[in-house]
Design a binder for this molecule. Sequence first.
Ligand SMILES: [Zn+2]
Length: 315
Amino acid sequence: MRLFIGLDVGGTSVKHGVVTAEGEIREQGEHTTAPGGGHALLNQLSEIITVYADRHELSGAGVGTAGAVDFARGRIVGHSPNIPDWSGTPVAAELTRRTAMTVRVDNDANCMALAEARIGAGRGCSSVLFLTLGTGIGSALLLNNRLWRGAHHMGGEWGHATIVEDGRECPCGKRGHLEAYASARALVKRTLQLARRGVSSQFAEISDAAPGGMGSREIFDAAAEGDAAAVQAIRETASHLATGIASALNLLDCERVVVGGGMAAAGDSFLVTVTNLVRERVHAGLAEFVRIVPAELGNRAGLIGAALLAADADE
Ligand SMILES: [Zn+2]
């Protein structure tokens, strides 16, 4: 049986594991990301690979990482705000040189989407739009069973679709993007804003500048208890997300939309609400085919998908 290493490199942690060509995890672990990025991070990744290679017969390694990636060259091309000194790093070539292993590198959302499409919530579908709603919105697109990476390594970035002309500022610096309206962070910000403006809420005393460890889970919990600001913010967020998804489906007519991140997991009824709004907004001929489902692989999706990339390269 062929085994591959999958590495999911984020700003705070590196998740890693040994995975079969079918996406089954045999062993896994997690490290805090080496501070400083760049060479320190390359050293850390090659050490992780070496430790696994001492214990298993391995056929290759895959790396999923934040930022835009030139997949063909295995090089980071975009700026990664959470990983310093990473842009321009020839990750595949450097890790192959250090470990003598074939290495594939891709954007982390692409890796998650690949895993969900093969063995998760999108299995059996040849076209999948994947969105993960976290601090930002990660997004990827699978068409005809293949990831669509675009002509300049920027394909599938639907988190930066404009849904409100001249709207809220997005973390990318532009205005009106989906990420500024439908990420978990945007939901928290909007709830606090409504609470400050006098909508009845348990969050009225929390400063927007210091929301502490609040995430979408707290907002959904509060909404379940009838918190008016939380209920309104969730309703608005569902509507904005539906606008983004409906526009994508009108262009692509994907079989399934897979939504990951805490928000999809936190609110059972949230995706039902989004689905109903998308059905109202897509082209009439598409409405009955809208399928929006929560991701199934959780935070293991990135490392599984990275390993699957390596398995594909080995065929
Ligand atoms: Zn943006």
